[in-house]
Design a protein around this ligand. Structure first.
Ligand code: R5P
Length: 311
């Protein structure tokens, strides 16, 4: 087996490779003077299982295109199977037509990932709110792992928690709130959210939450502009929460999101390394390596590691 990292996957590729007792392989990636990408694979991949790690964040189009070049090249060099590891899967939020004529980008990206030769896909907390099953979008096996328990354990081991409760900022985040709460033996609940624009949300709650005097772990899949977390955090404070600790899988942290979050008084804000950032204190490498190796060895206990495998 060989493990390659794209420009946004090298660190995770090395960590995953180390975890499974291998050295990561490197492709040569550079740009022609006109800005086009050049890519060369100088390894013998004939007949091998090849893992390609690329987290599609920030420069999404550029990184996706690089994944396509890498995957297609490795396929043409005779790899027997290509396992795509896309820890942050961009475009998954555009999974429907919200207005007539809109591109359903999630489906287009899924189709292209398959067309270039991906045989299996691993991702972490892929945003699939309106999609019930990944098999509605992909024709290849997809393993959607969750980092929520790792985040909750990180928080528990870094601060004593006073009567903890885990809260998701919207109904869709219940899956992460539940997984995090289970990991630390806490209760969970969710708020309600109305999205006003791409940058603005309104957090609503029609009932009082059992947060008074308690430490709240507020957890979501993505922090982008930070508006969801900032608004939810304010609501929880108004309802009497003692402390609000913030965790997310994918710290995209657009613009001044992190400053706005710290300005709410949050002491602990933690994310994973699916997106490198100042708060990426939890690595998903062991989660991915364990799930991948169990899958490749066709272990019947895969589901223990794949908390949200909907296939
Ligand atoms: C949306 O449903 C997601 O789960 C996140 O809540 C959302 O992407 C966060 O975005 P923002 O930080 O811009 O509010």
């Amino acid at each position: 087996m060989k493990i390659f990292g794209g420009s946004a996957g090298r660190v995770l590729a090395v960590l995953i490779a180390r975890k499974v007792g291998l050295n990561a392989s490197e492709a040569e990636i550079k740009r022609f003077p006109d800005g086009e990408k050049y890519l060369r694979v100088d390894d013998d991949v004939t007949g091998q299982d090849v893992v390609i790690v690329q987290s599609i964040h920030h420069k999404s189009d550029d990184l996706l295109f690089e994944y396509f070049l890498l995957c297609d090249t490795i396929r043409s060099l005779g790899a027997s199977r290509i396992i795509g590891v896309l820890p942050y899967f961009a475009y998954a939020r555009q999974d429907s037509q919200f207005k007539p004529g809109e591109a359903v980008s999630f489906r287009t990206v899924a189709k292209l990932i398959e067309d270039v030769g991906t045989s299996e896909l691993f991702s972490v907390d892929m945003h699939q709110h309106r999609i019930g099953r990944v098999s509605d979008v992909f024709n290849i096996p997809v393993h959607n792992l969750t980092a929520a328990p790792l985040l909750a354990e990180y928080v528990r081991s870094n601060t004593p928690l006073e009567r903890p409760v885990v809260i998701g900022p919207d109904e869709e985040s219940e899956q992460w709130a539940l997984a995090a709460a289970k990991a630390i033996g806490a209760d969970h609940d969710v708020l309600q959210k109305k999205r006003l624009t791409a940058e603005k949300v309104q957090i609503l709650t029609t009932r009082s939450l059992a947060v008074r005097g308690r430490d709240v772990l507020l957890i979501d899949d993505i922090i982008s502009t930070g508006d969801t977390i900032v608004s939810a955090s304010k609501m929880l404070k108004e309802q009497g929460a003692r402390r609000v600790i913030i965790a997310c899988t994918h710290p995209i942290l657009a613009q001044d999101a992190l400053a706005r979050i710290y300005a709410t008084g949050a002491e602990i804000v933690v994310g994973t390394d699916t997106v490198p950032s100042p708060i990426s204190h939890v690595s998903v490498a062991p989660l991915i390596a364990d799930a991948m190796m169990r899958y490749l060895r066709s272990s019947p206990t895969l589901l223990e590691y794949v908390a949200d495998d909907r296939n």
